[in-house]
Design a protein around this ligand. Structure first.
Ligand SMILES: Cc1cc2nc3c(=O)[nH]c(=O)nc-3n(C[C@H](O)[C@H](O)[C@H](O)COP(=O)(O)OP(=O)(O)OC[C@H]3O[C@@H](n4cnc5c(N)ncnc54)[C@H](O)[C@@H]3O)c2cc1C
Length: 377
């Protein structure tokens, strides 16, 4: 970490930007944190709040997720963000799903991930509310969760305790430049904010003042549909996934996935899996779908919710709670071998985005990589 105090500007009030602000404040810098909206409204508040180590690809991606998991634990003690070391259970509903899943217990990094393949009886012993028709499950003890509705506000509450932190919402950056005095951003009125160091964390805002910079970048946007149920009296101590998630998470790519029967046309077309996280208020956040082709539809489709409801009902062994809210979200995803997108815009100024569906998970470790880079300047 840097010893000398520097002036730092962070653009973007999502989780990647806010984690940059947190680690920069912890490193002793003077931070101005810019956000175009009154309160951030993008991917970071629309997600499951999962710190999802289980699905990460073996190697560098798993390592950054594990480092992030440690940092989450620390930050969760500093700030009211609803952090909890809530393990996950991936549920195999059929014999063949269970057979494929069983290989996960033998992966070289299974122990690092805290993987354990469980029979139905063992799952029920851990999670007595899962009374449905399933064969077994995969426990991951490295997974955790935060509350998306508390996360960014909770981190800013922690940050504003420091006299070194300034929050600047309603400031839409329209230009960036670098000169001998440092790095500068301006809004449409010409108001300027300057710093020796700058992290621009715009999420999926690939256009606007950065469009030239993003031209040809290995990035894409992904559109998802989500929902929330009414509060339920079904207590769940674990985050739940269905076995379709094994098709999409790279952690499982060495397993004999070809043995799995095809998904339904709908689930295959929308690349669906069930993820279900109980919020602190007793509701379930559920999802999701994936659309990789722009322009995305502005419509929220009903059919995916019917699919998710059926899967939930089968796993819970009783009618799933009613869905009372629906929303969509877009994230920015790196399409290269890089886990996320990081590029220098000018000396001391970096753009960081593209964390994809693991952006929340890895965010503190991504910010830490920026701090390490800055400390060498
Ligand atoms: C539905 C959904 C579910 C997901 N579930 C999970 C999950 O459970 N676990 C996980 O690890 N990841 C998950 N993700 C991915 C994760 O949410 C994202 O990768 C992460 O939130 C991205 O954070 P970010 O800060 O880069 O972007 P964002 O959250 O999009 O924040 C970017 C911010 O920058 C601001 N901004 C942009 N341009 C400007 C400008 N010109 N001037 C000022 N401000 C600007 C925006 O207003 C915005 O607030 C999910 C994503 C979605 C959409």
């Amino acid at each position: 970490m840097a010893n000398a105090q520097k002036t730092v500007v962070v653009v973007g009030g999502g989780v990647i930007g806010t984690m940059h602000a947190v680690l920069a404040i912890k490193a002793g810098h003077l931070v101005t944190h810019i956000e175009r909206d009154q309160v951030p409204q993008s991917a970071s508040v629309r997600n499951f709040g999962l710190v999802w180590v289980s699905g990460r690809e073996a190697g560098a991606e798993l390592e950054i997720a594990l480092r992030a998991r440690q940092l989450w634990e620390e930050i969760g003690q500093d700030a009211q963000i609803g952090f909890r070391a809530q393990h996950s259970l991936t549920i195999a509903q059929s014999e063949i799903e269970f057979e494929v899943m069983s290989g996960a217990g033998n992966l070289a990094d299974a122990e690092k991930r805290g993987f354990e393949v469980l029979s139905r009886e063992q799952v029920m012993a851990l999670e007595p509310s899962l009374l449905g028709n399933y064969r077994g499950g995969l426990l991951c003890t490295q997974d955790a969760a935060v509350e998306p509705s508390m996360l960014l506000g909770g981190l800013r509450e922690f940050l504003t305790k420091s006299p070194n932190y300034t929050w600047l919402p309603n400031f839409e950056v329209v230009d960036f430049y670098h000169d001998e005095t440092g790095n500068h951003v301006t809004d449409i009125t010409g108001a300027k904010v300057s710093g020796e160091l700058m992290a621009i964390c715009p999420g999926a805002a690939h256009k606007g003042f950065l469009s030239e910079f993003f031209e040809g970048a290995a990035l894409r946007k992904v559109h998802l549909q989500m929902g929330a149920t009414a509060p339920t009296d079904t207590p769940l101590k674990h985050s739940i996934a269905d076995a379709d998630s094994m098709r999409y998470y790279p952690a499982f790519k060495e397993l004999p996935l070809h043995l799995l029967p095809p998904q339904s046309d709908l689930a295959a077309e929308l690349k669906m899996q069930l993820l279900m996280v109980q919020r602190l208020d007793g509701t379930f956040t559920i999802g999701d779908t994936h659309d990789y082709v722009e322009p995305f539809s502005h419509e929220i489709l009903e059919a995916p919710y019917e699919h998710l409801t059926q899967v939930m009902t089968n796993i819970l062994g009783k009618p799933s709670p009613q869905i009372v809210r629906r929303w969509d979200g877009v994230y920015s995803q790196s399409t290269s071998k890089d886990i996320y997108f990081r590029k220098e815009l000018a000396p001391g100024a970096v753009v960081v985005t593209g964390g994809g569906g693991r952006g929340n998970t890895i965010s503190p470790a991504v910010a830490e990589e920026t701090m390490i880079e800055w400390s060498a300047l």
